[in-house]
Design a protein around this ligand. Structure first.
Ligand code: TYC
Length: 101
């Protein structure tokens, strides 16, 4: 008897979810010079001077500003490097990370 017509096949669908992105957040303080914040943003986050200035002044006025979003590892590495750049000059400059909703 021909079985071909009723043979059932299980289709395996692989669903790969995109990794959650993490925000790098610049935190304002009263001591780090504005120009230094701009320099760090340009060096570590590959921003133009214009972009970097806008992010710096937003953090200065509002307390915090989202700098960029990356996968978790990249966000944490960049936040650490940028924070360390300030620390090496004795500034309390702080970059934090937080997962996107
Ligand atoms: N508030 C600092 C000043 O007036 C400048 C500054 C801006 C520092 C943003 C940190 O995340 C920052 N010198």
């Amino acid at each position: 008897m021909a079985q071909t017509a009723t043979t059932k096949r299980t289709k395996v669908k692989t669903k790969t979810e995109r990794p959650r992105l993490h925000k790098v957040i610049l935190v304002n303080d009263d001591y780090t010079p504005r120009e230094f914040v701009v320099t760090v943003l340009m060096a570590e986050f590959r921003m133009s001077e214009d972009q970097a200035y806008k992010v710096m002044i937003t953090a200065h006025r509002r307390g915090v500003c989202v700098v960029a979003v990356y996968t978790r590892d990249v966000a944490e590495t960049k936040a650490t490097r940028a924070t360390d750049a300030g620390r090496s000059k004795g500034y309390p400059l702080l970059f934090t990370t937080e997962p996107e909703e």
